[in-house]
Design a protein around this ligand. Structure first.
Ligand code: DGL
Length: 270
């Protein structure tokens, strides 16, 4: 089904991670059309300089808005921390919704005191997270766990391989049995939730996808931008990396994240 012009939501991430957010967006707004752009040719973002990330995000948003996106979802914690404020200033006429580590819901959960926040090194360093942590983290014990290499490993797929557990064990294994909850502050990480539980113990995991989906819904409603279509929407998946394995990975991860309603038409284009 072709997209309805000027009636689609543009969603992007450094690669495949944002598909975990797209899954929740589709669940929340099943009649909207979505165009997803994964920048896998340039992933990971989380170990790159902030200025580089801002430039790259600007190019992607420029492209999506140029094609007629009515709203943008930055389905990446790293890109949100690095670039959301600049992008919002530059594209004031388009609602831009970001994703942030779900520290707030974790602190509000019953019986949770010690919270591990897993994210890319740059997300944890930037002001946006520091502000979030001082707003919601006080009164709880918040332990930051930068996870260099984890998003890049998830981009390579084959997530059942034992090396994923080994990597997680090196990154966060020391916290086994010592935390009450973990925040998955990178949109790639929900795809290895069960492996994270294996390494940390059976603790609740929090991510920002559902909050982002509700926020998109609110913003579209406020601005009168919700689709009037009564038909099921479509998903158009794109990537900067044309490799057939990348395309297969996107399809596979999206199908895992959403019990994908058959009514969503998947087209793949670069
Ligand atoms: N998925 C991204 C995030 O939420 C970034 C991963 C990366 O490119 O380093 O932070």
């Amino acid at each position: 089904m072709p997209r309805r012009h000027n009636d689609f939501v543009g969603v992007f991430d450094s690669g495949a991670g944002g598909l975990s957010v797209l899954a929740r967006l589709v669940e929340e707004l099943p009649r909207e059309d979505f165009v997803y752009y994964g920048d896998s040719a340039h992933a990971p973002y989380g170990e790159k300089p902030r200025e580089w990330i801002v430039r790259r995000c600007r190019d992607i948003v420029d492209h999506l808005v140029g094609e007629g996106a009515k709203a943008i979802v930055i389905a990446c914690n790293t890109a949100t921390s690095a670039a959301a404020s600049e992008l919002r200033a530059e594209y004031a006429h388009v609602p831009i919704i970001g994703v942030e580590p779900a520290l707030k819901p974790a602190t509000l959960a019953k019986g949770v005191n010690r919270i591990l926040v897993m994210a890319t090194p740059i997300t944890l360093r930037l002001d946006k997270y520091q502000q979030l942590a001082s707003r919601w983290g006080t009164g709880h014990e918040v332990v930051d766990a930068p996870c260099p290499g984890l998003a890049a490993r998830i981009e390579r797929g084959n997530l059942d391989s034992p090396d994923v557990i080994e990597l997680l064990d090196n990154l966060v294994g020391e916290h086994w049995g010592k935390v009450d909850a973990a925040v998955l502050g990178c949109t790639h990480y929900p795809f290895v939730s069960s492996q994270i539980r294996e390494v940390l113990g059976d603790v609740p995991l929090f991510d920002g996808a559902a909050g982002t989906a509700r926020q998109l819904h609110r913003k579209l409603a406020e601005r009168g931008l919700l689709t009037r279509s009564a038909e099921p929407g479509s998903i158009d998946l794109r990537s900067s990396d044309a490799d057939a394995n990348t395309i297969a990975l996107y399809r596979d991860l999206l199908a895992k994240g959403v019990p994908l309603p058959v009514r969503h038409d998947l087209s793949f284009s670069r």
